[in-house]
Design a binder for this molecule. Structure first.
Ligand SMILES: Cc1cc2nc3c(=O)[nH]c(=O)nc-3n(C[C@H](O)[C@H](O)[C@H](O)COP(=O)(O)OP(=O)(O)OC[C@H]3O[C@@H](n4cnc5c(N)ncnc54)[C@H](O)[C@@H]3O)c2cc1C
Length: 397
């Protein structure tokens, strides 16, 4: 008789959905995905809620393989020794293997007044609240976007294109871009009407309902402040006594296996593999999700898990609906002196966003097929073999 394995995935974001679908390659694995809501949230499009040009939530039914059971709930604690989870609803869930893909959150702003007066854009609820707050403003009311990274840049551009008076305040703008791309970005942001306050003196040190204060002491009038300076992490792993890095990402070895438990793997923004942090991104999450699943499948099949391989190709920013910036990168995410600005950049960004969703849908219907073509079909097939159980494999392979 076949021993069935119960694998629970925490988090239905890019990494968790890719992992859950990939796990269905073995017919003797039961997969449960725990997520607080019944819809998948396309976080990379959340800023488009502000211009009402896109609705970033999708029914999980179109993105999950039929054999993935969705449990709408939140995990409140992991008990690694007992292999059991506590749920917000009061229930419990046992597991043989756990994929920790709880993602990231908006960064908690550590300056006085920010928690009370600043809005954020990192989750669906935050973006919806921010969009509602915009309706209470006139287009003359000044908005300050705090931060100089991708989320702040995309948010500021979206708001400016919608006709708002926007100031972006940050120590640096697009710090990881190549200098040529960065210069183009600054020109484009100004053309959109964004007032750039960039430099060490422009770090925001306090927020009130009417203004922000900069490190150089300058007050900047701000009827609405959006804190978009980086990401934070859910504290579930740390709260459960698992080892995390300083940000709260679950510490794993090079196969994404937790350093505390061989039954827990991590993927996406919530993973810190081998102390070598990857850019928290959808780009890394869609690559790490399947690799976390393969590590679990490897353990079940008796195949040694493989070290992960993540290749970055670009950083792509939308700058409103009519322009974008594609910064080509090396595999290790370092910027190359190649970028695609303007309408070309916007077109590529749109293709990446819609292509990512299409990739999730494809993986749901044909788990592992793309990787099987591209990397090691023999290994992909071996990991899917389940002794005595019906195999659900692509007919060609
Ligand atoms: C406005 C914006 C634009 C972005 N643009 C880009 C971009 O262009 N390119 C790019 O590569 N990246 C972009 N990102 C970053 C990208 O969205 C994240 O890096 C990516 O979503 C990480 O994927 P993930 O699967 O690890 O986590 P997430 O997508 O954050 O998903 C995690 C899931 O886990 C759930 N969860 C959390 N805690 C629990 C719990 N205790 N129990 C159960 N479920 C839980 C969450 O509700 C969520 O559904 C952008 C982010 C934002 C906010």
């Amino acid at each position: 008789m076949t021993t069935r394995r119960n694998v629970v995935v925490i988090g239905g974001g890019y990494a968790g959905v890719m992992a859950a679908n990939r796990l269905t390659r073995r017919a003797d694995v039961d997969v449960v995905l725990v997520n607080p809501r019944a819809q998948f949230v396309e976080r990379i499009r959340l800023h488009q809620l502000l211009s009402q040009t896109y609705s970033p939530s999708h029914d999980f039914a179109e993105l999950l393989a039929e054999r993935v059971h969705l449990l709408v709930d939140s995990v409140t604690r992991i008990h690694p020794d007992e292999r059991r989870l506590e749920l917000a609803s009061g229930g419990e869930l046992g597991y043989d293997y756990l994929v920790y893909a709880a993602g990231s959150t908006s960064a908690g702003a550590q300056v006085p007044g920010a928690a009370e007066h600043a809005q954020q854009v990192g989750s669906l609820e935050e973006a919806q609240r921010l969009e509602a707050a915009l309706h209470l403003l006139s287009t003359d009311d000044p908005i300050t976007v705090v931060g100089g990274g991708p989320t702040a840049i995309e948010t500021a551009a979206e708001l400016a294109e919608r006709g708002h008076r926007v100031t972006l305040a940050a120590e640096a703008l697009g710090a990881t871009l190549h200098p040529r791309a960065r210069r183009w970005l600054a020109r484009r942001m100004r053309r959109l009407g964004v007032h750039l306050l960039v430099g060490p003196g422009s770090r925001v040190t306090a927020v009130t309902a009417q203004e922000v204060t900069l490190a150089d002491g300058q007050p900047v009038r701000s009827a609405l402040t959006v804190w978009a300076a980086g990401f934070g992490l859910p504290d579930l792993a740390a709260r459960s006594g698992l080892s995390t890095d300083a940000m709260g990402r679950l510490r794993t070895d090079e196969t994404l296996t937790s350093i505390d438990s061989p039954h827990i793997v991590a993927a996406g923004d919530a993973a810190a593999p081998s102390g070598l942090p990857l850019r928290m991104s959808c780009q890394a999450a869609v690559q790490l999700g399947p690799q976390a699943a393969e590590t679990v499948l490897g353990q079940i099949s008796g195949e040694p898990p493989r070290p992960i391989g993540v290749a970055f190709v670009a950083l792509c920013l939308s700058l409103g609906r009519r322009a974008g910036l594609l910064q080509v990168t090396r595999r290790n995410d370092a910027a190359l002196p190649v970028h695609v600005p303007g309408r070309g950049g916007a077109l590529v960004k749109e293709l990446i966003c819609s292509g990512t969703l299409a990739q999730l849908r494809f993986e749901a219907r044909h788990p592992g097929r793309l990787d099987g073509w591209m990397s090691d079909p023999g290994r992909t097939r071996r990991l899917a073999v389940s002794s005595g159980a019906t195999q659900e494999m692509d007919p060609e392979r």
